[in-house]
Structure formats: C-alpha cells, structure tokens
Design a protein around this ligand. Structure first.
Ligand code: MN
Length: 253
C-alpha cells in the first residue's frame, strides 16, 4: 500500500515524524511536506511563484508551498505510483469544529479527496507540545492500529475524508474510538492590539480564550471524555435544509 504523508506544521515537525513511524508499519510511505509552518493556510494554492521540491532522502521531499500544493505535486509529479491513501498530520493541536475550515492539515486531506484518493487528517488535541511530547510520542502506537483499521475497511466512505483527533492522554488512558460530528468553537479576545517597534498600531491574531460546545456526539466531547474522535467530512457545503425553505423566495404571493 502506498501512503502519502504530509502536514501543515512543516517537514521538521515532530508530529509528522510520529505519523511516518505509524504509517511505515502499514505501507510504503512517501513524504511531501511544506518546508515551513503552514498552519491555518486552509486550502490555499500557490499560483504566483513556482514550487521547488527539495529531496531530503528516499521518497522525502520538502516543498516551498502549502499543504495543498504538496499533495497536488506529490500525486501529479513526484510519486511514481498514485497513493492509495493521503494521511496528513499529526497536527500539533486540535482540529475540531470550525477549525477544520482554517486547517492546513485538514485541507491536505481535502486535496487528496478532490484528487479521488481516500484521505485522513490526524491532529493531536493537546496544548503546549513541550508539556505533551511524551503523550504525542505514545500516539504512534495508538495511531498504527487505527490507520491499519481505517485503511483496510471494506468500503472506505466515498466522497469523504476522515478527520481524526487524538486525545492528549497517555496510551493506557485512551478509552476507545468514537464517531463524531463537528462541535462549535468560540474564540474570544483573539485579536491582540500591540505597537510595532516604531510605535505604530498593529494587531496580532492569536491567543485569547477558546471555548467549545457541542452535542454529546461532538468531536469536542469525545476528546474531553478521553476518546479518539473520528469525524467524517465531505466537501459539499450545500445547506440542504435551506434549499427546501428557499423554494418560497421567488414565489409571488
Ligand atoms: Mn498545524
């Protein structure tokens, strides 16, 4: 089985190394990853300068582009065989609720899906990686059997990517796997007003407080309760319920 691994934290990220070590247990791994941090770049594509892949070893490439660029380049140009799966991660931090719309990790899996390849995004739902590094390392042994299971499903769901979040817990404290739906994430005070070195006003997006809410079957709740969360996502953003009610919009009374 050919597995393409990528991420949005850059090719030097520890999470990617953990993903590679898990994926190598189930197939032949090719890595094509950004040369630097590309978190929150979503599904952006580089159109205004060329991309230069740099070989970093056998079937390892770094690319001066986004996660989406990496998947496109890997599949269309760098890999001799089309991958059977695209796996993106392990992201340093959760990708739940609305975060999936900003995430480069999830976007890489979206690109895999857009190219017709079954795709999985993996995120470690911990906070400060320095504090949680031991827990991230233990996810290798958690992820390998999970990936083996997901990649050997009789029918991987069509038109779907799987968004996996791993709870920041020691291996023996993880309670199992739950299928979930996206919860809701609310940021507050996430724009920090500051001054630049010349005293001018600037703003830095980040920090603040994050609160979550969601139903009992949400991704957030599963992580809170110590389960691995698996959320099936599709790319069709159509709001079907509104389509039904919108029938009246152009009806003359
Ligand atoms: Mn990231």
């Amino acid at each position: 089985m050919q597995i393409l691994c990528t991420n949005d934290d850059g090719i030097l990220a520890h999470g990617l190394e953990c993903l590679i070590r898990a994926a190598e247990q189930i197939g032949d791994v090719t890595v094509v990853a950004p040369d630097r941090e590309q978190s929150a770049t979503s599904h952006s594509l580089t159109l205004h300068h060329p991309l230069r892949p740099v070989r970093r070893g056998e079937r390892r490439f770094q690319v001066d582009g986004t996660p989406t660029d990496c998947v496109m380049l890997a599949v269309e140009a760098l890999m001799s065989e089309r991958p059977d799966f695209v796996v993106s991660g392990i992201n340093h931090g959760p990708n739940m609720g609305e975060d999936v719309l900003y995430s480069g990790t999830v976007a890489a899996a979206m690109e895999g899906l857009a190219l017709g390849i079954p795709s999985i995004a993996i995120s470690f739902a911990g906070g400060d990686l320095r504090a949680d590094i031991a827990k991230l390392n233990e996810q290798i042994d958690v992820l390998a059997p999970l990936l083996r299971h997901l990649t050997s499903l009789d029918r991987f769901p069509r038109e779907t990517l799987l968004n996996v979040n791993l709870p920041p817990r020691r291996r023996e404290e993880i309670k199992g796997v739950k299928l979930t739906r996206l919860g809701r994430r609310v940021y507050s005070n996430s724009i920090q007003p500051m001054r630049d070195p010349w005293g001018r006003h600037i703003y830095w997006i980040g920090g603040g407080a994050i609160s979550w809410h969601g139903s009992t079957d949400s991704d957030f709740q599963a992580i809170q309760d110590g389960f691995i969360s698996v959320t099936p996502l599709h790319l069709d953003l159509t709001h079907r319920d509104v389509l039904d009610t919108a029938e009246t919009w152009w009806r003359t009374p």
